[in-house]
Design a protein around this ligand. Structure first.
Ligand SMILES: Nc1nc2c(ncn2[C@@H]2O[C@H](COP(=O)(O)OP(=O)(O)OP(=O)(O)O)[C@@H](O)[C@H]2O)c(=O)[nH]1
Ligand SMILES: [Mg+2]
Length: 364
């Protein structure tokens, strides 16, 4: 999972401006007396994990390359790093994958993944650190959405499944009923945000650089700029990637996974985390079914084997097939979000009235 590989700290840009770039240098001395230092840059969150006498460093160099390595220290120490960690002892215990005759499985340790030079325990700590911080930001976003009656969705899929095309058609179909704002996530370019703006809706582009997913911290900054209207719909189009965005809660009401029929029925089984995390699957590009051997029933069975509660809607963003059901699903969510805000406002009014009554009785 990408919480272990360093891509959580990419080169994030919001509409072209850098976000939270932070650089620093580490001067180090190893137990053997050798010393060297180098500068490297961290963007946003990053992790250094330390054990008793050993630790692993995972960081990005100024030239953009990443490395992670572990080494041992005895007693008091400073750290030593060299050009691309030359001379640093890689002491982290090698991880042994589960092995069969024709099969190596790197996902069966405690961390569920593998990164060279890191032990499973170190990886678990890094992941807990990153996801723990992300959870705090996600809760802030969720509270903001609730306070403003905003129905927020996180659209996740592999590249090219039709997310932006679906969004454009959805915005046009909802124009008379709800205000829609969009956060677009891509490694590079603002093309998707421009496609959304062409509909008249507001959109903000986040470029993640080397990062392969949006996180809740980025979305919080996007909200500060985009300020979706009260009682509106916020669509967050995640980076096209069927793996990493599954782990990151953005504070959304639902993850919506889009699977297009050109991708194959087996995808829910091969990439289960995403289908487990989603509440709705849009099976898109159904207009192409006559030309393919794609088996819809099998695809749905695979998805529900991973997530029995998954709602499935068959759509085509080009012909509009399935849009009636999709728009109904959206309207129901919008109504729930608006009712939640109305209840909060009502509860606050009642509280103010009670306090005023208390003050009045004290004055008498
Ligand atoms: N036939 C057909 N083509 C579609 C449909 N939806 C999208 N496409 C096409 O699929 C291609 C990719 O669509 P996008 O909307 O850019 O896909 P995306 O998921 O936003 O792509 P990324 O943002 O790069 O991950 C485009 O050529 C669309 O015209 C559909 O329902 N049917
Ligand atoms: Mg797109």
């Amino acid at each position: 999972m990408c919480t272990t590989c360093g891509c959580a700290s990419g080169e994030v840009r919001l509409e072209g401006a850098a976000l939270d770039a932070e650089g620093h240098a580490h001067p180090h001395t190893h137990a053997d007396g050798t010393a060297h230092s180098h500068a490297h840059t961290h963007h946003g969150e990053h992790a250094h994990t330390h054990g008793e006498a050993a630790h692993a460093h995972w960081h990005q160099h100024a030239d953009g390359t990443w490395h992670a390595h572990g080494h041992d220290h005895v007693g008091d120490h400073q750290h030593a790093h060299g050009e691309a960690a030359a001379g640093a002892a890689v002491a982290a215990k090698a991880y042994r994958p589960a092995a069969g005759q024709d099969h190596l499985h790197y996902g069966q340790g405690a961390a569920g993944a593998h990164a060279p030079g890191l032990t499973q325990a170190q990886m678990v700590r890094i992941e807990q650190d990153i996801l723990g911080k992300n959870k705090g930001y996600a809760e802030q976003n969720r509270r903001w959405f609730a306070d403003h009656g905003v129905f927020a969705l996180n659209l996740v899929s592999s590249p090219g499944s039709g997310k932006t095309t679906l969004l454009v058609r959805t915005i046009e179909a909802l124009a008379a009923q709800a205000e829609v704002a969009v956060v677009e996530g891509d490694q590079q370019t603002s093309q998707d945000a421009e496609r959304i703006r062409a509909t008249g809706a507001r959109a903000l582009q986040i470029n993640t650089g080397k990062g392969c997913h949006l996180d809740a911290h980025m979305v919080g900054h996007a909200l500060e700029r985009l300020r979706p209207a009260d009682d509106s719909l916020l669509m967050i189009e995640n980076v096209g990637n069927l793996v990493c965005p599954a782990a990151f809660d953005l504070g959304e009401a639902h993850k919506v996974v889009i699977l297009s029929v050109t991708e194959g029925e087996d995808k829910p089984l091969k990439y289960p985390d995403m289908f487990a995390a989603a509440d709705l699957m849009l099976l898109n590009k159904c207009d192409l079914l006559p030309y393919l051997s794609f088996d819809v029933a099998r695809a749905v069975e695979h998805a529900r084997r991973i997530n029995p509660r998954l709602t499935v809607i068959r759509t085509s963003a080009t012909t509009g097939e399935g849009f009636g059901e999709w728009l109904e699903w959206l309207q129901a969510g919008l109504a729930r979000a608006r009712a939640g805000r109305a209840e909060t406002v009502e509860a606050l009014r009642a509280r103010v009235a009670a306090l005023e009554a208390q003050l009045a009785s004290r004055r008498e």
